[in-house]
Design a protein. Structure first.
Length: 179
């Protein structure tokens, strides 16, 4: 699949209405997110309009094929929407997630850290270990900011409790206390 120009047409009682780029953006936000619209979401996920793809990436009712297609999007907001979606995270393979980690995109890494428990097809402890050693403080902080991450082991938290950044260390200590 590749990005394409989506032709949008509107006919009201037999009369054609001129519409354009903005109309499609507005309409996409109002299409009910139900399984019956999965095929339409698949078409719209290929739109050349990045705002349309961003909106589609937030929907619950996407096929696995479309989830993986959107994970390769050039627009990082689209990819981030897929990574942060609880249900879509369950469809992401370890190979795909490691590829995104290897990109070293801080936005993706922070989102992966914040949603690490969603990636059930992956070795989340291994991912947590990698992210806990990342040079960017915001990535390490994202890993410990939400205490509910089961993938962040006590061993990782103890290491992060000694982090050079005060906030990372504080959050890690609080997470350890919470356990």
């Amino acid at each position: 699949m590749q990005i394409q120009n989506i032709k949008t047409e509107l006919t009201i009682n037999g009369s054609d209405v001129l519409i354009g780029y903005q109309f499609l953006e507005d309409v996409v936000r109002n299409i009910p997110d139900v399984k019956e619209n999965k095929a339409v979401f698949g078409v719209l996920a290929q739109s050349e309009n990045p705002s349309v793809r961003e909106t589609i990436a937030r929907n619950d009712n996407l096929s696995k094929k479309i989830i993986h297609f959107l994970l390769n999007d050039e627009n990082q907001e689209v990819v981030d929407n897929i990574l942060s979606h609880t249900e879509h995270g369950k469809q992401i393979s370890e190979e795909t997630l490691f590829s995104l980690i290897a990109s070293n995109n801080t936005k993706y890494l922070k989102t992966i850290a914040q949603n690490i428990d969603n990636y059930v097809l992956c070795d989340t402890c291994k991912i947590a270990t990698i992210l806990s050693e990342h040079e960017n403080i915001s990535v390490r902080y994202s890993l410990v900011h939400w205490r509910s991450n089961d993938a962040v082991t006590s061993k990782i938290l103890k290491k992060l409790a000694e982090d050079e950044d005060f906030d990372v260390a504080k959050q890690a200590k609080e997470a350890l206390d919470w356990r």
